[in-house]
Design a protein around this ligand. Structure first.
Ligand code: FMN
Length: 316
């Protein structure tokens, strides 16, 4: 099936691999693009511009289009991130979570397609006003940071009714059935993160892979505990969806105290460095229950490519 997404970037599967900080480096990004999707580098607020350049070059080496996801809330303090991205000139850049309107024209003038993730219809209206090229309807089921306001399906339908712009669906699309569903609704493709978390090329450390493979669909929780512990600077309006663990349980409801607790901050950082799944953040969406293997990105994408079976099955 051809959609705006496949035609714009020459893809064989209407899937963008969502940008995922600490997970989608150059290898995963390049592997998704090489297999016919659109891989995206996850540039978290803490990475250096050098990291973006190096990992972007790895992704670009496939010769296929790829994207980069930047954290809008951190861009004012990290102008070097935008500079590195403008040097690399990826096919697509997403600016999510914070005010990004001032950067849209600069990127488009460099020939880059601009996306943003909207968690409400109000976010989508702002995206249209800011002049983005494509809107990602990101529902509350999604892994990682964003809003917890509305589930993917009602959000997707409302945004499709709102705009003529291409819309991608994100949140809880864990296999080809979900991809078929959002395409049938009118999305130009899906923006998928969690399903790629245990791919061979992902940066996900081994102990965290094991925990993700064990988890079922009820194991995630949405909140700001890990942001209070990390002190990375996330605005409070954007929490994150992650697997529940003992650290989360201990601090849930005490986020204000956690923000100024130096010992807990150190404990969290140590856990992240050691990939200790009992105290590190384990960002994942509700689709985590579908993760049972550690495929290559090409294998994961080949599974998504069977969505046509489910679209045909829906025809009379
Ligand atoms: C581990 C992880 C890290 C993420 N990091 C980023 C990021 O750096 N930038 C971003 O725009 N979105 C990030 N996200 C959100 C994804 O772009 C996307 O909204 C989400 O993965 C889609 O839902 P799904 O996980 O159910 O497929 C992250 C998600 C996960 C699971």
């Amino acid at each position: 099936m051809e959609t705006w997404l496949t035609e714009k970037f020459g893809l064989s599967v209407p899937v963008a691999g969502a940008p995922m900080a600490n997970v989608s480096g150059g290898n995963l990004t390049g592997a998704i693009s090489a297999a016919g999707g659109l891989g995206m580098l996850g540039a978290g607020s803490a990475v250096s511009a050098e990291w973006i350049r190096t990992e972007g070059a790895v992704a670009a080496a496939t010769g296929r289009p790829y994207g980069i996801g930047l954290m809008a809330w951190s861009m004012a303090n990290r102008p070097e991130h935008l500079e590195a991205v403008l040097e690399l000139r990826p096919a697509l850049v997403s600016l999510s979570f914070g005010d990004y309107s001032q950067y849209v024209e600069t990127l488009q003038a460099a020939g880059i397609v601009v996306a943003t993730q909207a968690g409400t219809v109000a976010d989508a209206r702002e995206a249209i006003a800011a002049g983005v090229d494509v809107i990602v309807a990101r529902g509350a089921e999604a892994g990682g940071h964003g809003r917890n306001a509305i589930a993917t399906l009602p959000l997707l339908q409302a945004i499709l009714d709102l705009t003529e712009l291409p819309v991608l669906a994100a949140g809880g699309i864990s296999g080809p059935r979900g991809l078929a569903a959002v395409l049938a609704a009118g999305a130009a493709g899906a923006w998928i993160g969690t399903a790629f978390l245990t791919c061979a090329e992902a940066l996900t450390p081994e102990p965290i892979r094991r925990r993700l493979l064990e988890a079922d669909e009820t194991d995630t929780v949405y909140g700001t505990v890990f942001d209070a512990a990390s002190r990375a600077g996330w605005p409070d309006e954007f929490g994150g969806r992650a697997l529940r663990n003992p650290f989360y349980d201990r601090w849930e409801g005490h986020e204000s105290a956690l923000k100024s607790d130096d010992a807990a901050h150190e404990e969290y950082l140590t856990a992240v460095r050691a990939a200790d799944s009992t105290a590190s953040s384990l960002y994942a969406g509700q689709g985590v229950g579908a993760l049972t293997t550690q495929p290559t990105a090409a294998e994961a994408l080949a599974t998504f490519a069977t969505y046509t079976t489910y679209l045909q099955a829906a025809q009379p």
